[in-house]
Design a protein around this ligand. Structure first.
Ligand SMILES: C[S@@+](CC[C@H](N)C(=O)[O-])C[C@H]1O[C@@H](n2cnc3c(N)ncnc32)[C@H](O)[C@@H]1O
Length: 329
């Protein structure tokens, strides 16, 4: 089958594959190709990525009866569907929900790892929980997701988790020096804390969340992964909890709809803030000026590094990530 393609050297292939998965650009059901030097990824549209080439290529469809065959037979375009896999649960997002059951059945039939398929109605509320409905397979919403050798247990209907942030988690972990203190202000089931504890050598991580279910799973995940000596999970509002914690080398602020509101609480409590915010496309510079303004009001100056797009959110908005290096004026 002819398809848009991203071509990258073998050395960079895993990094690019993760980015394509995070951005929901990889086409499922087509076999990724390799030659001596390069890897060829089938993608949903023409993609321009640093260090990669794009072209049109022929790809082999996977399996005798693939997920794509089933969708094609039902007249469903795979590009119109977005799927996240969390453990054995597949979360489906699609404009035309009338074909959701067909897609779900195709997934269960062709993917041995999928046991449950849910329709994902989007994240909502203070706890940022997905509005999910089980539409096929086992009637369960709890899963154990594997990421970078960690086991992350969660309930997709009661807690927030996104496998698309895996690249961000490892990226932050790589910046944490041995002996550092880390505060994960909006920790959820603690994936950032777990990846940092495994891949950096922090002395202590404080993982805060206000959702009691997230806190319960975060504590279980700490035990499951043998991190009890490093990660302390605290239930409460980060706005108040952070005041009682020691100064941190790193603060993670992954509450992208309201991070700006909590900025005054984090500034002055950490040296480097890993800041995520959903903002209007093209408003980045203005927002950075506002962030620096808030810091100045509190007696600090900020240097912004690594401004990047973490994901798209809507036609007019995107999720941005940046590191804020904070110093007293
Ligand atoms: C977008 S989720 C991020 C979770 C986690 N960092 C991750 O990457 O999976 C935001 C989390 O912040 C929590 N939250 C919202 N308001 C909070 C507050 N005031 N204090 C602490 N946690 C809060 C929510 O319950 C939710 O689990």
């Amino acid at each position: 089958m002819k398809c848009h393609c991203v071509i990258v050297t073998k050395e960079k292939a895993e990094e690019v594959r993760r980015k394509l998965v995070d951005e929901d650009l990889l086409v499922m059901g087509l076999r990724i190709k390799r030659d001596e030097k390069n890897v060829y990824f089938p993608v949903k549209k023409k993609v321009d990525m640093d260090g990669c080439f794009s072209s049109m290529e022929d790809f082999e469809e996977i399996g005798k009866k693939s997920y794509l065959d089933i969708l094609k037979a039902a007249g469903i375009r795979p590009e119109s569907i977005s799927i996240d896999f969390i453990g054995s649960i597949a979360l489906l997002r699609m404009k035309d929900e009338s074909v959701a059951i067909k897609v779900a059945e195709a997934l269960l039939e062709t993917n041995r790892n999928v046991r449950t398929v849910c329709l994902d109605g989007g994240v909502e509320g203070d706890y940022r929980v997905r509005n999910v409905e089980v539409i096929a397979g086992e009637k369960k919403t709890e899963a154990i997701h594997r990421e970078y050798g960690l086991r992350i247990k969660l309930d997709v209907a009661k807690t927030y988790f996104s496998p698309r942030l895996a690249t961000e988690r490892i990226r932050v972990a790589k910046q944490v020096a041995e002996g550092s203190v880390v505060v994960d202000m909006f920790a959820g089931v603690a994936p950032f804390s777990l990846v940092i504890a495994k891949y950096a050598r922090p002395s202590k991580i404080y993982a805060i969340d206000v959702n009691p279910y997230a806190v319960r799973y975060a504590r279980e995940n700490v035990m499951l992964n043998g991190m009890a000596g490093i990660i302390e999970v605290i239930e409460g509002d980060a706005k108040y909890v952070i005041k009682k914690l020691p100064h941190a080398n790193h603060i993670i602020m992954n509450l992208p709809h309201s991070s700006f509101h909590f900025l005054p609480d984090a500034i002055g409590k950490g040296d480097i803030i890993h800041y995520y915010e959903i903002m209007e496309r093209g408003r980045e510079k203005e927002r950075i000026d506002e962030i620096c303004g808030v810091a100045r009001e509190h007696g600090f100056e900020i240097e912004v590094k690594n401004l990047r797009v973490v994901g798209s959110y809507s036609p007019s908005k995107q999720k941005m990530g940046m590191e804020l290096y904070v110093k007293p004026i």
